[in-house]
Design a protein around this ligand. Structure first.
Ligand SMILES: C[S@@+](CC[C@H](N)C(=O)[O-])C[C@H]1O[C@@H](n2cnc3c(N)ncnc32)[C@H](O)[C@@H]1O
Ligand SMILES: Nc1nc2[nH]cc(C(=O)O)c2c(=O)[nH]1
Ligand code: SF4
Ligand SMILES: [Mg+2]
Length: 222
C-alpha cells in the first residue's frame, strides 16, 4: 500500500472542462513544483498544509461511497504524489468511474498514458503571466490523445497571443479539446471573445470557472 497526501476531498459540480456542470468527486493533493502568479490553491501547495495520509484503497473507497462516477484528481500537482501510478491503476481498474487529472504541464505524461482509457488529462499550458512558462514540457503535446484537454489560463492580451501561437504550432484543436479560461477577475471576459473572433479560433472553447460564480470564489470544498 502506498500513501497519498490529501488536503481536501468533496463532491461538487465540475466547474471546468469537458465535464463542466456534471457531478464530480474531487480529491486534492498537497504540494506543487510550480508557483503560478495566479494560483487559487496556493494554500494546498505549502509544505505545512494540513493533509490526511490516505492509501489508494481508502481513496477508492471514499470515491465509491459518494456514488459519483466522475473523479477529478487535482492539487497542488497530483502527478507529483509518490507512487501515484499505483493509485491510478486501482482507479482505472473500475470501469464504472471516469478519471480526470488536472496537471500543470511540467510533468512528463509518458509514464501515465498507458494505464487506461478511463483516465483523461487536462493539461495546463502556463502562459507568460503565470511566470512559469519556462517550466513547460512541450513534448507533452505529443503525448495527449483525443479525449484529453489542453487548458490555457489567460490574464492578458499577451497571454492570449501566446495561447494562439501554441495552439497553431502544435495543431492542438485537431488533436484534443482546447480551452481558454480567464485568470479569475484579471481580464475583461469580452476581450477573450473578441480575440477569438478576430483570430477565428475555431475549435477552441472559452470557459468560466462555474464554481467561482456559484459560490464565493475564495471558498474551499466546492
Ligand atoms: C489549482 S490547479 C491544480 C492542478 C495543476 N497544478 C494545474 O495547474 O493544472 C487547477 C486548475 O486551476 C487553474 N487555476 C488556478 N488558479 C486560477 C485562477 N486564479 N483563475 C483561473 N484558473 C486558475 C489552474 O490553471 C489549473 O488549470
Ligand atoms: N467545482 C470545482 N470544479 C473544479 N474543476 C477543477 C477544479 C480544480 O481545482 O482543479 C475544480 C474545483 O476546485 N472545483
Ligand atoms: S501548477 Fe497548479 S497548483 Fe501549482 S501553482 Fe500553478 S496553478 Fe497552482
Ligand atoms: Mg480550482
Amino acid at each position: 500500500m502506498a500513501e497519498y497526501r490529501v488536503v481536501e476531498k468533496f463532491v461538487s459540480i465540475n466547474g471546468e472542462g469537458i465535464l463542466a456542470g456534471q457531478l464530480a468527486v474531487f480529491v486534492r493533493f498537497q504540494g506543487c513544483n510550480l508557483d503560478c502568479s495566479f494560483c487559487d490553491t496556493a494554500w494546498a501547495n505549502r509544505e505545512n498544509a494540513p493533509y490526511t495520509l490516505m492509501t489508494e484503497k481508502e481513496i477508492y473507497d471514499y470515491i465509491k461511497e459518494t456514488g459519483v462516477r466522475n473523479v477529478t484528481l487535482t492539487g497542488g500537482e497530483p502527478l507529483l504524489q509518490k507512487d501515484v501510478r499505483v493509485l491510478l491503476e486501482l482507479l482505472a481498474s473500475d470501469p464504472s468511474i471516469r478519471i480526470e487529472i488536472e496537471t500543470n504541464g511540467s510533468i512528463d505524461l509518458t509514464p501515465f498514458k498507458d494505464i487506461g482509457d478511463s483516465i483523461a488529462f487536462t493539461m495546463d499550458y502556463k502562459l507568460p503571466g503565470s511566470l512559469m512558462e519556462s517550466r513547460m514540457d512541450e513534448c507533452n503535446f505529443d503525448r495527449l490523445s483525443a479525449g484529453d484537454t489542453v487548458k490555457f489560463v489567460a490574464g492578458s492580451q499577451e497571454d492570449l497571443e501566446r495561447a494562439r501561437d501554441i495552439i497553431e504550432k502544435h495543431g492542438l484543436s485537431e488533436k484534443c479539446h482546447v480551452y481558454i479560461s480567464p485568470v479569475f477577475g484579471k481580464i475583461e471576459l469580452e476581450s477573450i471573445v473578441d480575440y477569438m473572433k478576430e483570430n477565428r479560433m475555431n475549435g477552441v472553447n472559452m470557459q468560466l470557472q462555474m464554481h467561482k460564480v456559484i459560490w464565493n470564489p475564495e471558498s474551499r470544498g466546492v
